[in-house]
Ligand binder design. Sequence first.
Ligand code: ASP
Ligand code: MG
Length: 439
Amino acid sequence: MIVMKFGGTSLGDADRIKNACNIVKSKLKKKPIVVVSAVSGMTNMLIKLANENSFEKRKKISAKIKDKHLDILKNLNIESSLLKEDLNELEDSVDKIKDNNIDAKTFDLIQSFGERMSSKIVAAQLSNIGIESQAYNSYDLGFLTDDEFGSAEPLDITHSNLRKEIKKIHAVPVITGFLGKTKDGQITTIGRGGSDFTTSIVGAAIDAKEIQIWTDVDGIMSTDPKIVVNAQTISEVSFAEAFELAYFGARVLHPKSILPAMKKNIPVMVLNSFNSDHNGTTILTKVKQNDSTVRAIAYKKNITLVNIQSTRMFGAHGFLARLFNIFEKYKKSVDVIATSEVSVSLTVNNDKNIDDILNELKEISNVNIRENKSIICIVGEGMRNTLGVAGRTFSTMGKNNINIELISQGASEINITFIVDGNDTDKAINALHKEYFGK
Ligand code: ASP
Ligand code: MG
């Protein structure tokens, strides 16, 4: 068995849905289980709808949502009755929203219609092309979560539930990504982009042979092709590498989504539904070493660098704990850190929470911040056994007159991460790509 996930862009309109279903058809021998996102742009529309304060505007958006789905059905020659119940229920839920006042439960409920409808459409289209298929809400197959609406965590029992329920199914199942239910029956969502996570959980639960993530690019790239025109697809990456890359902005896979597959050692392929003959990228536990020690270059823009200095830190214990408690208190995650005896430099995403954090930091230390920085992260398992990657990297920066403000190499030794000024980002990435990929 394999699990095939189609994201929103692969389900953009009737033609894209036909295309996705033809891809499923071409893999029938592998016994596919299909997981889907909402059709393209739908989750954003549903969120807009839920957040809209005026009744009239809500009505307008929900009419648009309805039209978009009915239009797809029409173009696929599917009876509109397929979605009648969902559309009515959506309408009812929208009517119940009080202006300026939507609770987290209703917010998730409203978002859920995206996947609930797309799964039915895809199953119906599979039937149209002669494949016996059935749509399922993940929670009807036992996908249970806690009650953190908006970012619910699957309960342990979900794995055995899914395993049991999916085994019973004979037709090709098309399962909703992104959704779960609490034990007492409330629909939850597991975080934006969560369909990849659903897919990985389903794959792990049934011990899938492989997981295929069908998206709109030819796999994971050596770097962002918007910055380096010669960026190339990486044919294989290790889970550890993919994890670093996902975290630092290679916008292909949700980092968390890789974990269940990784634990079960299931290869995850990232494939392009617009270019289905391309081999894409396969993420594996152990990858052949290629000549390049560096597998890819990732980056994150709009970073704030926080430099913290305290003479009190000298020889004292407990300072770092106090420091990080402040970040913990504001639920602010820190990406990169470097410390010396009396100073700590770290990076955070630039947003509004930062002022409160700075004020508290000032009570225990001298703080200065520098905004508009970028994190650059070069990743490769090969770096572990190769001397001089750091030297090569930083002399490349030096030759290009790029100042480096903070350097960090994690214990895993498969990445070197450093900070440059935001204005130097593209130049730095181009220079490094040339150095390590020859173009
Ligand atoms: N439809 C959800 C979203 O857009 C989940 C997903 O696409 O993975 O975030
Ligand atoms: Mg999506």
